[in-house]
Design a protein around this ligand. Structure first.
Ligand code: MLT
Length: 397
């Protein structure tokens, strides 16, 4: 029998769960940039946080070596190679002093985005609430919506140091809330967690029975000697939460798709149950390369971060020259800056694209409280970033 459509011949009506789903922020940005390029403009994109600097040589060598091994072309182990889980656990011990059981408290992910999108399937029932910072990485809210839950947006704005005001969450929302998302160093605002903040989150989560999901993807992109902590360093954190991490930003490996979730054993087990039913793990050669990344010399990061820091300083000083005062970040890949008065975040982004062929991400793309801001990513090669800054300074193409 021929397939029939409820929305017209050859067109299938999507399920309710995706009917109201917005296009993914960075996919939409790519569309805008491609249209401008197709019109003949040399667009400099300062959009997505996608390291332009190469993955270190020894990691590539390990990928080449292990890709030659036919055994690695077969389905990977569902829970990741035991060696990878052990490497993740010892990296956490070395980097943060956090002890993890490699079999019970670690699950490798096909990039942290995958786990962030899937954890709601393990914990959110229809009608449940996830507490999500606003602005934030869009996947926290979207994963919740895909699982039938409701994101409750917690404004993070300059007046509260870009921290959620946990005490202002209404009691009826808290009664339905299951997950609490936090992310420091923060995307998109670049804010860092002040002393005592993670402790307050642990206490709050324990009091309200919340599962804390901390996204720590930017812990190794840091400036001026700053060393971010892991949420799991705080006493009691493992009882209430997990941490997502990724090799993407730390090791310049965004395209490789390798990350991890670590912490509370019951959460690791539940997410593992979801994942084993819907994916088949990370290509094994990538897992071996990931082990090389985590266990190899980490000193190279200082030089990489010095490059980002120079870019940070260039952007901050250029913005200052054109009358925009942005906080100087101590970590992450982003400058979060206020748009000039009279503009919205979208009108300003589109104006820069239109008039200067420079793309910056409109703050509102990260949530309603991102209105009034734009984000510049530092992951554009020096010469292109300099060109973008020249255009901003002179207002000319
Ligand atoms: C960003 O630009 O916000 C991130 O790079 C996107 C991502 O990590 O998927």
């Amino acid at each position: 029998m021929a397939a029939t459509s409820s929305a017209g011949a050859g067109v299938f009506r999507p399920a309710e769960r995706i009917a109201n789903l917005p296009p993914y922020l960075f996919a939409e940005a790519d569309r805008q940039i491609a249209a401008k390029r197709a019109a003949g403009f040399d667009v400099v994109s300062l959009g997505i946080g996608d390291p332009d600097l190469p993955t270190p040589r020894w990691i590539l060598d390990e990928l080449h070596r292990t890709a030659e091994v036919p055994e690695n072309h077969r389905y990977p182990d569902y829970y990741g190679l035991a060696e990878l889980r052990r490497a993740i656990a010892s990296w956490y011990e070395g980097r943060f002093g956090v002890a993890l059981h490699p079999d019970r408290e670690v699950v490798p992910l096909i990039g942290s985005k995958e786990g962030i999108a899937h954890i709601p399937f393990a914990f959110i029932n229809p009608g449940d609430v996830a507490l999500v910072p606003d602005p934030s990485y869009p996947v926290y809210a979207i994963g919740t919506m895909l699982a039938g839950g409701e994101p409750y947006m917690m404004p993070i704005v300059p007046s509260n140091g870009f921290l959620p005001d946990l005490d202002s969450i209404p009691a009826p929302i808290l009664a339905r809330a299951k997950l609490l998302w936090i992310n420091y160093p923060n995307n998109p605002t670049s804010a860092i967690a002040p002393e005592g903040f993670f402790e307050r989150v642990v206490e709050f989560a324990a009091r309200h029975g919340l599962l804390v999901c901390h996204d720590n993807a930017y812990s190794d992109v840091t400036y001026d000697g700053y060393r971010p902590k892991s949420f799991l360093q705080v006493p009691g954190a493992k009882e209430v939460g997990v941490e997502f991490h990724s090799l993407s930003k730390s090791y310049n490996m965004t395209g490789w798709r390798i990350g991890m979730m670590v912490g509370n054993a019951s959460v690791v087990s539940a997410v593992g149950r979801v994942k084993t039913n819907i994916d088949s793990g990370i290509f094994q050669a990538v897992q071996y390369a990931g082990i090389a990344a985590l266990t190899g010399d980490q000193e190279w990061m200082a030089e990489r971060n010095a490059i980002y820091q120079r870019r940070r300083d260039l952007v901050i000083s250029t913005l200052r020259e054109i009358g925009i005062e942005a906080p100087v970040p101590k970590a992450s890949l982003y400058i979060w800056a206020p748009v000039p008065s009279g503009q919205t975040s979208l009108s300003f982004s589109l104006k820069l694209l239109d008039e200067l062929a420079v793309w910056v991400t409109p703050g509102v793309g990260f949530g309603p409280s991102g209105e009034g801001f734009f984000r510049i990513s530092l992951t554009t090669p020096d010469s292109r970033l300099e060109e973008a800054m020249r255009r901003l300074r002179t207002g000319k193409l």
